[in-house]
Write a protein that binds this ligand. Sequence first.
Ligand code: MRU
Length: 331
Amino acid sequence: MKIETIKYKDGELILLDQTRLPFVEEFIVSSDYNRIAEAIERLEVRGAPAIGVTAAYALAIEYSHNKSEEGFYKAYDRLKRTRPTAVNLFNTLQIMIVYFEANKDSSNLKKELIELAQKIHQEDFDSCEKIAQNGIVIFNKPSNVITHCNTGALATAGEGTALNVIKNGFRSGLVKKVFVDETRPLLQGSRLTAYELEKEEIPFEIITDSMAASLMKAGIIDIAITGADRIALNGDSANKIGTYSLAVNSKYHSIPFYIAAPESTFDPVSLTGDEFIIEQRGGKEISEFRMVPITKKTYNFYNPSFDITPANLITGIITDKKFYKFPYNFK
Ligand code: MRU
């Protein structure tokens, strides 16, 4: 059954609080764009497609409650400043503002904006299905797969991107086991991907990120697949910090490395990943876990949330439209 990551009901947004998983399933219910922006910043809702859908609803809900043009623009500015790397956020905010500006005189605008957010939600759901179908070609035998971060139902409006390719592969008898990178520092792998795989009854083992290379050397891994937060026109892809190491390790061990993402993750202007803004987060995410110190907070910390995998390390990019092979030409 679909995990209800994002739900719109009676003028409010209901978000599954991902910071409490896998232990507690608790929901945040809000119609306040500031609270929803905070949920995005705190990673209570996270994953590039889910962030985009959430922001679209936050804008539509703000306008439907206050019907103020000034309020709409304030909400737009606030949401835009939440997380800089996931391009889906900017792509969906752009769709919403373009519609708003072209239809300011409509007497039905409140309803139309909610319907537009629902359309964005539905489109992301549908993309996940198509990605799973387009991705089945990566399996040429029953395989052990490694993945990083969480790219499933928790990160999207549907069943996921890379994780949905894995789920579909498992249903088709083509995935034997999933090796789940724990994904330091916020453990999206060991908390969230594990939570989803357990629900799907797919066999998995959690490893620390630094174990991947030795498993590859031992011949245990057949395929690596992750999602993306932003894909440049040449195929360079930003994703959770540690993805680049996984791609380098895959290349060294001649293991195919794939990215799966909806086309809403394409950055329409950046020629290469050099143009991406990488989100920097606070040192506390490294010095403590759930408020328990794991080293001295007075030490210096460097915490970039994403890294960029160059296109030449990516064997193929699976989207909702097609399966692209390196060298990339997305037209
Ligand atoms: O910081 P997060 O948890 O939002 O990072 C998420 C990722 O890096 C995902 O791999 C990416 O957004 C793709 S989700 C389908």
